[in-house]
Design a protein around this ligand. Structure first.
Ligand code: ATP
Ligand code: MG
Length: 244
């Protein structure tokens, strides 16, 4: 097993030409890595939540990279050619959106949800771009953009509905997609690192709490609470691709 990439949140190992192992780290970072802490337990909770949500999306007709989950910090996924974009879906006005559009009120409902694109670049700090920029730069085709936008909205709807059943509100979410043999797959992770969710009292269960100064262990407890609320156990999960 060869380590091919180490990011802020995960280590990526290559199992073979078709499959990767994502190891979720027990580490917390925010503000482009400026703030960082050890966070025992975080990796397991983020991996378990990702696995559960990928499986849920697959069961609802979304193609994802998920193959199987080991019950710990490891996710086996299909290796795809990553598209260097962050696709953000916003259901309520928050964060950087309020900075660029101050006429929006914090937590104002966005109906329909807004899909925005960022170019993944650490040096440039993931700048907001137009879909037309990505198409003109040959990052995606016009056809892929339509597909990705549609997928992002479907994923947002499915996750919002699931969370709403448990009195959780999905504020916004960041998605990454990849391609393989002409198919677009949802890849990367789905966790409190990549979406904002609040409970009935408006308490953040996502990484926002850490950005605002809560301790690493409180954040890990929040991540555990998300699993508890959704009824997710720390046990192995097999996706459709594991059975194929
Ligand atoms: N199925 C997949 N196939 C190939 N690469 C993937 C897949 N899923 C996720 N990745 C990539 O694996 C890496 C995971 O690492 P991590 O999320 O820690 O990175 P990061 O620190 O957020 O930095 P960045 O995402 O900018 O590379 C990301 O680069 C992500 O794009
Ligand atoms: Mg990442």
């Amino acid at each position: 097993m060869r380590l091919i990439y180490e990011g802020k949140a995960k280590r990526v190992y290559e199992l073979d030409n078709d499959t990767l192992l994502l190891e979720f780290k027990d580490e917390l970072t925010a503000f482009d890595g400026l703030k960082r802490d050890a966070a025992p337990g975080k990796g397991t909770y983020a991996a378990a939540l990702s696995a559960f949500l990928f499986k849920y999306l697959e069961d609802h007709g979304i193609e994802t990279h998920f193959i199987e989950y080991d019950g710990g910090r490891m996710l086996k996924v299909l290796k795809v050619e990553m598209i260097p974009l962050e696709v953000i879906v916003r259901n309520y006005a928050y964060g950087s959106q309020l900075k660029r559009m101050p006429l929006l009120k914090p937590m104002q409902k966005l109906e329909p949800p807004i899909v925005e694109l960022h170019y993944k670049s650490d040096e440039l700090r993931d700048p907001l771009i137009l879909p037309e920029d990505a198409i003109a730069a040959n990052v995606i085709t016009d056809e892929e953009w339509k597909l990705i936008r549609d997928l992002a909205l479907k994923i947002d709807r499915l996750l919002s509905d699931l969370f709403a059943k448990h009195d959780l509100t999905l504020i916004d979410l960041k998605l990454e997609f990849g391609r393989r043999n002409g198919t677009i797959y949802l890849a990367d992770e789905l966790s409190g690192d990549t979406f904002r969710i609040v409970d009935r009292e408006g308490k953040h269960l996502d990484k926002e709490a850490y950005r605002r100064g809560c301790s690493p262990s409180d954040l890990v407890n929040n991540y555990r609470k998300i699993l508890e609320i959704l009824g997710i156990k720390l046990e192995p999960i097999k996706g459709k691709k594991a059975h194929a």
